[in-house]
Design a protein around this ligand. Structure first.
Ligand SMILES: C[S@@+](CC[C@H](N)C(=O)[O-])C[C@H]1O[C@@H](n2cnc3c(N)ncnc32)[C@H](O)[C@@H]1O
Length: 358
């Protein structure tokens, strides 16, 4: 790179080791202003020492007493939460994506499945399934929903490390009409260097999809990053982008219940700055308003995948620390464990939808 070309912006998880007193002070501050769940990743993530996995898992996933769970669920109170969330949502969505995904491809490879590097919920059919088997089962499930045929134009929104593109290309024996979008430069470089699919470093929310361009569209774990206000206009443009008789498969998790800003969404800002989930009912209603007919809505269990990533990261901890440092590894362990709890409490659920354009 020439000296006049600025270095591409490569945000890292900005965690510096801090003394126990400083971590407590920060935890109390964060706990008061942003809630207890938000304080946890920073507290553990700034530990100068590696956290004990069993203690983290237990701390994040154990049953709480009724008063302590009520505090986690209701502090800060709803009007304050909305103001806090407005502040978080004023952050750049695109930078938030980089912040989470551009940590290091080699780091992600240490805990994701070795065949594909899917970073989304897998299908465990039995407790003895490996993450590799479970991701293949998920990929087969999505293949059945998408039913891709050679020659069809298909785009993946938020294509990660190219896992599903690879699975489809292998199954139909042709990858030339497959394309994808990602906002992560690391993922974009990885797919370009290893696979050669037509992948663009572009924002799926503002991308120009054209009219009647695609036979099929799918997204696996990307709708979570689209803010509620952007869902309807995005669905309308995706509806227009499909050929008549085409369809879209959406795999995503969304909030159960009716509160659009639960405390968990503030906590999530520690991992995905600038992203907020939608209510499941709202997503379905917006899909229908955009003109889609919902022909499939299945629910799947994210917990075994989170546990498998946690275990594999623990297994590869030394290598991971050598790449990203102790603090980032600590933070991901807390992330997997607290996400497990989030699904266990049924605050959110993973769904797969098929949306038809008649
Ligand atoms: C959880 S990962 C899932 C990746 C992949 N689909 C998989 O199953 O492993 C979410 C993906 O969505 C992408 N993404 C999120 N928001 C995006 C946006 N606005 N534009 C393009 N890509 C986005 C991320 O870069 C990442 O590739």
């Amino acid at each position: 790179m020439s000296s006049s070309t600025p270095e591409p912006k490569r945000p890292q998880l900005r965690l510096r080791p801090a003394s126990l007193a400083a971590r407590w002070a920060r935890a109390l501050h964060d706990g008061f202003f942003n809630g207890a769940a938000y304080a946890m990743p920073t507290y553990f993530g700034t530990s100068p020492n590696r956290v004990d996995p069993e203690s983290v898992w237990h701390f994040a996933t154990c049953e709480r007493t009724i008063p302590s769970q009520a505090f986690i669920d209701h502090w800060p109170p709803a009007p304050m939460r909305r103001r806090i969330m407005d502040r978080f949502l004023s952050q750049s969505h695109a930078e938030g994506i980089e912040y989470h995904y551009d940590v290091s491809n080699d780091f992600y490879a240490l805990f994701l499945d070795r065949d594909y590097m899917f970073y989304t919920c897998a299908d465990f059919h039995a407790p003895t399934d490996t993450i590799e088997q479970a991701q293949r089962q998920k990929a087969d499930y999505i293949m059945a929903l998408l039913d891709p045929k050679p020659g069809e134009r298909i785009i993946e929104l938020g294509c990660g490390w190219g896992a599903m593109l690879k699975h489809i290309a292998t199954a139909i024996g042709d990858g030339s009409n497959l394309s994808g979008l990602t906002l992560s430069r690391d993922q974009f470089d990885y797919i370009g260097s290893q696979m050669g699919f037509a992948v663009e470093l572009a924002d799926l929310i503002t991308h120009d999809y054209g009219t009647a361009t695609y036979d099929k569209i799918y997204a696996i774990g990307a709708l979570e990053h689209v803010r509620p206000d952007s869902i309807l206009p995005l669905f309308q443009r995706l509806h227009a982008a499909l050929k008549p008789g085409g369809w879209m498969v959406q795999h995503f998790f969304s909030l159960n219940g009716t509160d659009p800003v639960p405390t968990s969404m503030i906590a999530a800002q520690a991992y995905f700055p600038g992203s907020i989930l939608s209510l499941h009912g709202d997503i379905r209603a917006k899909a229908e308003r955009a003109g889609f007919r919902i022909t499939h809505d299945s629910e799947h269990d994210y917990r075994p995948t989170l546990r498998a990533w946690f275990d594999r990261l623990v297994e590869n901890r030394h290598k991971a620390e050598a790449i990203v440092g102790v603090q980032v590894v600590n933070k991901y362990l807390v992330y997997f464990a607290s996400s497990w709890r989030f699904f266990d409490l049924r605050q959110a659920s993973l769904h797969r939808l098929v949306l038809m354009k008649d």
